[in-house]
Ligand binder design. Structure first.
Ligand SMILES: [Mg+2]
Length: 265
């Protein structure tokens, strides 16, 4: 099943990263969906830069419930119910807690990210692929900078990134809302038409697609999250998902081999 190198790169139908593909089409179309113009490589952190098989989010998920139970003084099962319902209603559990209960975000974020990273493996091959990408490399996460730094350091890839844009930088407005994407692009001077975004949640790629970034969905057949089950049932990817892969390292290797090919035009 998925997660092995054999899982390979699954391309969605319209574009190919091939630099020669689309020579006859409008340049904007080619740049939007390929990688030949990509100068900034933007990565989500959780379940994107490390495999979903690590199940790291299960720890965060559990600790969110614990924090809410303690903070509101409610039984754990009810805290879990609130956690999930705020996630659905506000995009993140944190947003719901801040809006409904006027909760300060810092203690919550510190608590939920205080997790055991023993399950995150070092990944030198991923590091080599990221290092070889031409241009700038950034992390854009709905988590905190501290969490991203810990996880990326455990993977052995932290030093390869120019900066991390986190939920504090976005003033606690999470993806998939449009504001943090716009603010991220402006803050870092990233031209969306010369950028690519890697994400494990398809809805987090809708705004990047609208803004002109090339989008890559890093998905997993391991996870039973409703979103991942939904992806497995797609007849074809939605328009905002330009590329799909279950193996980020292999996908980046394929991208590197195509953009390293001299242009034929
Ligand atoms: Mg993620």
């Amino acid at each position: 099943m998925g997660g092995t190198p054999a899982a390979g790169v699954l391309q969605s139908p319209p574009p190919s990263p091939s630099p020669t593909r689309g020579e006859g089409s409008a340049p904007s179309q080619r740049h939007r969906t390929g990688f030949d113009a990509t100068q900034a490589w933007v990565f989500d952190l959780d379940n994107t830069l490390y495999p979903a098989e690590c199940n790291l989010f299960a720890q965060v998920d559990q600790r969110m419930g614990e924090f809410i139970a303690s903070f509101l003084g409610v039984p754990f099962p009810y805290a879990r119910h609130l956690q999930k319902s705020y996630y659905r209603q506000f995009g993140t559990t944190l947003s719901g807690l801040m809006k409904v209960h006027k909760m300060r975000p810092e203690p919550f974020l510190d608590y939920v990210h205080d997790i055991d990273l023993a399950v995150v493996p070092e990944h030198p091959e991923l590091g080599e692929a990221i290092k070889a990408l031409p241009g700038r490399r950034l992390i854009f996460t709905n988590g905190t900078r501290a969490h991203a730094e810990r996880v990326a350091a455990k993977l052995g890839i932290l030093h390869l990134f120019e900066d991390i844009y986190d939920i504090v930088a976005s003033e606690y407005v999470p993806k998939p809302q449009a504001e943090p994407y716009r603010q991220f692009l402006k803050l870092h001077g990233v031209d969306p038409k010369a950028a690519a975004m890697f994400e494990d949640m398809p809805h987090n790629l809708e705004v990047p697609h609208q803004l002109g970034l090339t989008t890559v969905l890093v998905h997993s057949s391991y996870v039973d999250h409703p979103v991942q089950i939904g992806i497995r049932n797609w007849q074809k990817p939605p328009e905002h998902v330009h590329h799909m892969t279950e193996n980020l390292t292999e996908f980046l290797g394929d991208v590197l081999s195509t953009i390293a090919t001299p242009k034929s035009a």
